[in-house]
Design a protein around this ligand. Sequence first.
Ligand SMILES: [Zn+2]
Length: 76
Amino acid sequence: MEDKTFTVELTCLFCDSVLQGDTEAEYVSGDMIKCQDCHELNDFDALIDVASEKGKKAVSDHVLNEVEASLKNMFK
Ligand SMILES: [Zn+2]
């Protein structure tokens, strides 16, 4: 089984721009991440909720593509 990883960007809850977090910093539950565009503070827990929803979507889309590809191979 191939190991697949999915990266999901964290986007600002207020203006939807991609948050440029400090890559050196480790964010933990309860932290606030400041948006560089609108300067609103994003709640880390809320961001993770949104990101995990997006992540699930990305995974299921990928699985769907794999299934379609294998079906096509079957009927070649
Ligand atoms: Zn923003």
